[in-house]
Design a protein around this ligand. Structure first.
Ligand SMILES: [Cu+2]
Length: 146
């Protein structure tokens, strides 16, 4: 019996090289606030898809609301945050949501969202598409997961 790999192999290679249309996210985690009831912050790395995209919102199950924020230093060295409506995700580019920079602020998370649990974050784009990423939940003082 002879197997016919000659046809199948090039098709597999083609599948691997296609970029997904929608950006996807990795390395997601949510850092809970030190004070219960205060908002948590979500971080992740966005990988641009085949086309430019614009992140316009986020959601998490049970959260009262989620906002896109960016941190900045004020003149007196204090940290402050601004709400942002849109974040450009260039095709094949990388956009980091990281401490000290852009993040998703999660308000009113239920008590079940505790360190060690996983919170699915839905990231919504201007064209109506969305990407889902599982974020590891960590305590306020924990280091970012590897
Ligand atoms: Cu914030």
């Amino acid at each position: 019996m002879t197997f016919r790999w000659t046809l199948a192999a090039p098709m597999l290679l083609a599948a691997c090289s296609t970029q997904p249309a929608v950006p996807d996210a990795s390395e997601a985690y949510v850092r809970l606030a030190a004070i219960p009831g205060r908002p948590a912050a979500g971080y992740f790395l966005l990988h641009g898809g085949a086309k430019d995209a614009v992140l316009v919102g986020a959601e998490a199950p049970g959260a009262a609301r989620a906002e896109l924020h960016t941190s900045r230093r004020t003149g007196n060295g204090m940290a402050s945050m601004d709400s942002i409506a849109r974040v450009a995700v260039p095709a094949r580019g990388r956009v980091a949501f990281a401490p000290g920079g852009q993040h998703v602020m999660l308000f009113g998370l239920p008590a079940s969202v505790a360190p060690g649990s996983t919170l699915p974050l839905t990231l919504r784009f201007a064209d109506g598409s969305a990407t889902l990423v599982a974020a590891r939940v960590i305590a306020a003082g924990d280091a970012a997961p590897e």
